[in-house]
Ligand binder design. Structure first.
Ligand SMILES: Cc1ncc(COP(=O)(O)O)c(C=O)c1O
Length: 431
């Protein structure tokens, strides 16, 4: 196998980043022997902090406290890569959960949620006007990152199994033949996809990966719903298929432990992790230490098996909600809309019949009639273009609220269709 040239993927801005000396000193001080005296860093003295103890109780009855020394670490600056014991625990977790090939060549960096990770990866790889492969509906947090860079979004159409490999290959072949700039990265949210709720099947994952190898692009595998799927079979991550070192995997604790902790982590080949780490040194220095220490203590108490048990509980919890919203959608939207039962994640993607654009229906009629959902156009390349879909989230609303929401959505659709009919009638009479 040919060695990958990662400098090909990095923008000039990313290549110009240099380590901040103070950050490097923190890294050195953290791993230095206890006998080392450091006057190098500008750390505040923990004795001045008002907190003396933090205790945490878990739903399973267990609990832990951060005593004085742990609290000292938890409230202090740490190396940019992350709280070292947590980084080590995440390495072990990742190895066990995905058995990634080329493990020795990979590294991990803790980020403030996958949004932080994906924005830093994209800014390391995509320069102004560069092409970027994305499925034809995708998580809007990605667009928010690349839009100011006037990136060329190369949309890959999807079916019920995700981006269609034949079209991906054909798109790349045509670009190559015509001499167009070739994309260096593809964004994929493969499990419980936001907004469509699909899971990309293994064979398709393999095919997309093969195409990435053929056309030399990276895969940004944004997988926050990996453990929130409703299939019997465990999805095999792109990371576990990555024999060439071209997958950048983003994990997030937002959906499975808590979003307010703002903790995620990125696993990729060391040179790409290094670029993100340098960017972090120039932004928020490191992800919040207190969150990292709490997470570390939790992982230590639960261990791998305890965490997996928690994830199983989540799956059961969200699957029940998925079943309820699907049943309600069948009940109220029969004949008005089409949808697939979500295979994972938090979202039901509903395509409305006879309405070209759901934006006004939701943002005006919906808001005044007490039901809000996300209009489908928000997940498209150009949100100002018409889209007949709606994304309904089933993660948080109570069953009663879901019932009310679906009932009100049916009323909205009927009212919108009636208005369209009236307008068409008036147009026909006028002409
Ligand atoms: C696909 C996807 N990626 C990233 C994020 C951002 O998550 P985080 O809280 O980890 O930044 C979300 C949140 O909704 C998401 O759905």
């Amino acid at each position: 196998m040919e060695k990958m040239d990662y400098s090909y993927f990095k923008t000039e801005v990313s290549k110009r980043r240099r380590p901040a000396t103070t950050r490097e000193l923190t890294k050195i001080a953290y791993s230095a022997p206890k006998s080392t005296v450091s006057l190098a860093e500008g750390m505040p003295n923990e004795e001045t902090f008002p907190f003396t103890e933090i205790s945490v109780k878990l739903y399973d009855g267990s609990s832990f406290i951060l005593d004085e020394s742990e609290l000292g670490a938890a409230l202090q600056y740490i190396p940019t890569q992350g709280y070292p014991p947590l980084v080590q625990a995440l390495r072990e977790f990742q190895r066990r959960a995905h058995a990634p090939p080329l493990w020795e060549s990979r590294d991990i960096v803790v980020v403030s949620g996958s949004q932080d990770g994906l924005s830093k990866v994209l800014e390391a790889v995509i320069g102004t006007g560069d092409p970027f492969l994305v499925p034809d509906s995708f998580y809007p947090g990605v667009e928010a990152v690349v839009a100011p860079h006037k990136v060329e979004l190369v949309m890959i159409p999807q079916d019920d199994d995700g981006p269609i490999p034949e079209i991906l290959r054909e798109t790349l072949r045509n670009r190559e033949i015509s001499g167009a700039k070739m994309p260096k990265i593809m964004y994929i949210n493969p499990t419980g996809t936001n907004p469509t709720g699909i899971i990309i099947p293994l064979e398709r994952r393999k095919e997309i990966y093969r195409i990435a190898c053929e056309y030399n692009f990276l895969i940004l595998d944004d997988d926050p719903y990996h453990f929130v799927h409703f299939d019997k079979e465990e999805p095999k991550s792109f990371l576990s298929l990555d024999t060439e070192g071209r997958v950048i995997r983003l994990d997030s604790f937002s959906k499975v432990i808590s979003s307010g902790l703002r903790i995620g982590f990125m696993t990729a080949t060391a040179p790409l992790i290094a670029s993100v780490e340098l960017h972090l040194q120039s932004s928020h220095l490191h992800a919040p230490t207190l969150s990292q220490v709490i997470l570390y203590k939790l992982l230590k108490i639960w261990g791998y098996d305890g965490l997996m048990e928690h994830y199983m509980r989540l799956r059961y919890f969200y699957k029940n909600r998925r079943d309820v919203i699907s049943m309600l959608a069948h009940k109220y939207l029969n004949g008005l809309a089409d949808f697939n039962v979500p295979k994972g994640g938090f979202f039901l993607w509903i395509k409305i019949r006879g309405i070209k654009n759901t934006w006004k229906m939701i943002m005006q009629r919906g808001v005044t009639n007490g039901v809000i959902m996300a209009p489908g156009a928000a997940f498209m390349k150009d949100p100002s273009k018409s889209c007949n879909a709606i994304r309904a989230s089933f993660s948080k609303a109570s069953y009663e609220e879901m019932d009310l929401a679906m009932r009100r959505l049916a009323q909205l659709i009927r009212a919108e269709l009636a208005e369209n009919d009236k307008n068409n009638y008036i147009e026909n009479v006028d002409t």
